[in-house]
Design a binder for this molecule. Structure first.
Ligand SMILES: *Cc1c(COP(=O)(O)O)cnc(C)c1O
Length: 402
């Protein structure tokens, strides 16, 4: 191990809080879908910083946008206007089901704001409805409200007491949701494909019934599109696969192409519940983050959304190859799941997914193991079929050797 590699790891471990189990790799730079570590080893990246690096690495138009924006203006506060924020707000509102937007800095913060907006919406009508219903194995973030919304008890117990007003029911179970709804319910919040939970898709029929349930009881439907949004599933937003529009949805991961940004999007009558002073952010929507988001959006939308269409077709290609692997090794791969370039292979419970991740790293491929012993594949949207073929060939070798 060379000096930089060793010191970067040691200095981090000596100074950073012990919150992450890290791989012994120090990344130096990237190009396209390939990352290089400080020892010069190349890795084809099927994680993209956890579904973040939409355009891969060193994308010339994207990096030039960031360079020229940072030469002009990085931050000026929301006490004033910037052209970059105006541009990104318009791009997202014009190309989505929403009428208004608010910018935050992360997924958790966007979801936190969405929960506040839902409660505020009823409060402003003089109604005391505050209960948010979410689903098991969901992931909504690490702040107190979003952690409470997250349907994974392992995160809850050490931090109790948690904020009240959250209910959790099994995912894809409409009857459980129906019986959880009461007169205090203000919103239902779900991911259309559970990401951290292990690439679990919300069924079409379930989502349509949720929509009707919300309509019947005057409940808000919130989609957490922090991971599924921005082209990831082969549509700009995952709700487009379902033919329905949410009242509120949130974005973050893929939006800034690696620059931290989150967003709450809502229909006009709901967004109107926020009045000056009700919500805010110092950094949220600053000029640098918004210029990054606007560049990502423009590149995704241009040429009749060519890149998003390619994401869908490369995703089909990739999924087909994974299903072929499943056919050869059905005792190892029990399910192939997901849409677009948000795919997963659920492994048999006797297989150590973490071990496969480590072998992949050794062979120069970055993947990860999400919930439910599921290998997750969320590469940059610019990944090539040739790169997908290389991963499939490597996985095939690994599965053969198990
Ligand atoms: C990652 C993620 C979050 C949290 O985003 P942060 O930026 O880490 O706060 C919330 N919801 C979903 C669906 C996510 O995948």
């Amino acid at each position: 191990m060379d000096h930089i590699t060793k010191t970067s790891m040691q200095v981090t471990d000596d100074n950073y809080m012990n919150t992450f189990t890290r791989y012994p790799i120090v990344f130096d730079y990237g190009q396209g879908s390939i990352l290089y570590d400080t020892e010069g080893k190349a890795y084809i990246d099927f994680l993209a910083g956890i579904a973040v690096n939409t355009l891969g690495y060193s994308h010339s138009r994207f990096t030039n946008t960031l360079i020229s924006q940072s030469r002009k203006l990085i931050h000026s506060s929301n006490l004033f206007y910037t052209a970059a924020q105006a541009k990104l707000a318009k791009l997202l509102v014009e190309n989505s089901a929403a009428d208004r937007i608010f910018f935050a800095n992360s997924g958790a913060e966007a979801n936190e704001g969405a929960i506040k907006l839902a409660r505020m919406y009823f409060y402003k009508q003089g109604m005391h409805r505050y209960e948010i219903i979410t689903t098991t194995n969901s992931f909504h973030g690490r702040t107190f409200a979003t952690l409470t919304a997250t349907g994974q008890n392992k995160y809850h117990t050490p931090l109790e007491p948690l904020p009240p007003g959250f209910l959790n029911v099994p995912f894809n179970d409409i009857e459980a949701m129906e019986s959880a709804v009461g007169e205090k319910t203000c919103a239902i919040m779900i991911e259309l494909i559970q990401g951290e939970g292990g690439i679990v898709e919300a069924q079409l029929d379930y989502v349509r019934k949720l929509y009707k349930l919300c309509k019947k009881h005057n409940i808000l439907l919130i989609f957490d599109e922090v991971q599924t949004g921005i082209g990831r599933t082969g549509k700009m937003f995952a709700y487009e696969h379902y033919g329905i529009e949410p009242h509120i949805f949130t974005l973050a991961k893929g939006l800034g192409g690696g620059v931290p940004i989150g967003a709450i999007l809502a229909k006009e009558d709901i967004a109107a519940a926020f009045e000056p002073g009700d919500h805010g952010s110092t950094f949220g929507g600053n000029a640098l983050a918004c210029s990054a988001g606007a560049c990502v959006m423009k590149i995704l939308l241009e040429n009749d959304s060519k890149l998003i269409k390619e994401c869908a077709s490369k995703g089909d290609y990739f999924k087909d190859k994974l299903e072929k692997l499943q056919n050869i090794y059905p005792h190892i791969i029990v399910a192939v799941k997901g849409k677009g370039l948000m795919l997963g292979t659920q492994l048999d419970e006797n297989i150590d997914g973490g071990n496969i991740v480590n072998i992949c790293l050794d062979k120069g491929f970055i993947i990860n193991c999400a919930g439910n012993n599921t290998l997750r594949f969320v590469p940059p949207l610019i990944i090539t079929k040739a790169e997908i073929d290389k991963l499939i060939a490597t996985l095939k070798d690994i599965l053969k050797s198990l």
